[in-house]
Design a protein around this ligand. Sequence first.
Ligand SMILES: [Zn+2]
Length: 337
Amino acid sequence: MPFRSIIGHQRPIKWLQTAVKTNHLGHAYLFHGEPEIGKRHTAKALTQLLHCEHPPTDSTPDACGTCRSCHQVEQAIHPDCLLIEPEDSQKQNPKIKIDQIRAIEHLVIYRPLVGSHKVCLIDQADTMTTEAANALLKTLEDPPDHCLFLLISSRPEHLLPTIRSRCISLRFSPLPTKDIHEFLIHHSAMESNDAKFIASISEGRLGQALHLDPKDLKIKLRQYWTLLFGEHQTSEAQIFDISESLVKSNQASEAIQWFQQGLRDLLLLSLEEENSPMLFREYEPALRQLAKRIPPLAILELSQELHQLDRGQQRNLNMQIGLEQFFFHLHDQLDPA
Ligand SMILES: [Zn+2]
């Protein structure tokens, strides 16, 4: 996918195009920002530009997207490019291992066959083991002239500071909801209402928006609406049951995200921000009633509690107790004795 087909990210793309045009491309870049917003597409577009066999003659540097080299880059089989990513990335704790980083030595040993650079793209670079990161650091300390390293990460704080400091850092921001909506309308079979719904739930991540199924999400929307503001709020025994079952079915994290969205919608109505995109739009009348009963400050406190709970997951906080407490506090607000 050449630069011109990428949605958004004009600033980092322009930066890269200018660097190529003026012969100022660095040896190593770190593309960072939320997951699935287009960092990897941009890295591939840059790689295509450096290897394209028939680049268009416009004044803006870009690849053709259709020549043999462009296809090879797209499929990650170009002889001058190496794509490194965690093995078995679906697993809970994916890692990039030292053997994968050692493959760079074979890549950089000869000059490029077609284009100007050998490109090493490291996706989810923050998942490198300590040994792998140290091995990469050695290469970055003395990079061969014809090499370009593109590191991609949504958690750059997990990279060694010494690696970060050797990369030119380019930040990628989430896309505006309306851009995702428009893209879905023109590039998927989704109806406008579904596209709007998916755009509002995807939090500016186009990659995620394309994977989401509006039917599944509507089922979840109903399910989490009931858990958050449904009748169970009146029974303590049900609060214990729900918290336990969310944790046992590994849904605690997902539930926290949906609850956050529900509280956000409630806050928007409470602050009379009627026209902002709302995820729980179909429950607007019920949300309006709730907004009269809970003051904005209390909504913010509840949201903060969820945020702490979400962060606590990584520190093995007892999620069941945390969820129970959240529900009790919510209950106190909804139904003060
Ligand atoms: Zn091409």
